[in-house]
Design a protein around this ligand. Structure first.
Ligand code: FAQ
Length: 320
């Protein structure tokens, strides 16, 4: 027993040194149980966000205004499915199965990004999502390319490349609408106003209220705090709002010379906690749809299992 403790202490010291030296932790490396659990929590929630995030945009595929817009939106939504798949696979390398993760999502044990519990009321929401939601996701994910767990960091490199294309296509939709007719400009303004606060909520609670931040930062799973990331997003987005010629979604947005950042108003945290705890405008609908799609896909999983069994039986037969 004592030897085991000693071994573990050596493993822990090696792990700590690797984290401090900016080396990546790989699936076969020893890692503390809490590090593994925290990664499973964050990565699986990230994967769920990508997959649930397909729903609000999927709502407009059949109603996109032109063939070009439809083709682009279809590809974007497929990209999000791909991101979900890389992230589920990367999470599986930590010793959890995909079906355990899906169970956690469907039973409400695992969360997904709050933003996807809001409706997409007009075509302009598709522009606002690409611009603001993908924009906020990139600000966070660029830092996650330096996260300490190798498979997660590598997944982020590719995901960031695709998200930056998504962000540009969203901004292009907003540019066209903001420079279009009065009604189109109003649609752009309204979609931005509605998506602004939920986009800021994507970065999570204030640092002082963030349950996981200090440990995640210590392990270098997170590389920047929730509030610093949110500020970075605000600072980069305000000039884009000005360039679009839209009114600010928050009257308190103002450049602060002393801080070198934009000041802004306070998020409605009551709304945030309601949404992450299951009582947002579309939470019920999102999970209901996920369950239906998952159960309709059961025949595919069944076919894969039968095929695998057949291959296995053949191998055993040939070996006999
Ligand atoms: N929504 O202690 P913290 C995308 C939860 S990808 C829901 O600060 P942490 C692409 C948090 O989980 C968007 N829950 O947590 C796309 C925890 O609850 P728990 C997703 C939230 O982990 C674009 C509790 O509150 N990106 O959008 C939220 O240190 C367009 C306490 O919070 C990622 O997941 C929230 N906004 O920091 C797809 C990035 N905020 O688990 C389609 C990776 C907090 O104890 C279309 N994740 N919570 O039950 C992260 O960077 C972190 O997990 C944070 C939260 C920053 C989200």
């Amino acid at each position: 027993m004592q030897t085991l403790d000693k071994d573990e202490a050596v493993e822990q010291a090696t792990f700590d040194q690797r984290i401090s030296d900016e080396q990546k932790i790989e699936p076969t490396d020893w890692m503390p149980d809490d590090y593994r659990k925290n990664l499973i929590r964050q990565m699986s929630q990230h994967a769920h966000s990508e997959v649930i995030g397909m729903q609000p945009e999927g709502n407009w595929i059949t109603r996109a205004p032109t063939l070009r817009r439809k083709a682009v939106l279809l590809s974007k939504v497929q990209d999000e499915a791909g991101h979900g798949l890389y992230l589920y696979s990367a999470t599986e390398s930590l010793g959890i199965t995909r079906s355990q993760m899906i169970d956690a999502l469907q039973s409400g044990k695992a969360k997904y990004a709050s933003i996807f519990n809001y409706p997409t009321l007009t075509w302009a929401d598709i522009g606002a999502i690409g611009w603001l939601v993908d924009g906020a996701a990139i600000v966070n994910q660029i830092t996650l390319q330096r996260t300490s767990y190798g498979p997660y960091a590598r997944a982020m490199v590719r995901i960031c490349k695709e998200e930056s294309f998504h962000q540009r296509q969203g901004y292009e939709i907003m540019t066209v609408l903001a420079h279009g007719t009065q009604v189109q400009k109003q649609m752009a303004q309204d979609a931005m106003n509605r998506n602004w606060w939920p986009s800021l909520m994507m970065f999570g609670p204030h640092d002082s209220e963030s349950a996981h931040s200090s440990r995640s930062m210590g392990w270098k799973i997170k590389r920047m705090s929730n509030d610093d990331l949110r500020q970075k997003f605000i600072d980069q987005t305000v000039p884009q709002i000005e360039a679009l010629g839209l009114d600010m979604p928050d009257p308190l947005i103002k450049w602060n010379e002393e801080r070198g950042h934009y000041d802004s108003g306070e998020i409605n945290w009551e709304e945030f906690y309601q949404v992450i705890n299951g009582a947002g405008p579309c939470n019920y609908q999102r999970i209901k749809h996920h369950k239906a799609a998952h159960s309709e896909g059961e025949w595919v999983r069944e076919a894969v299992r039968s095929y695998r069994q057949k291959q296995q039986d053949k191998k055993t037969e040939n070996a006999a």
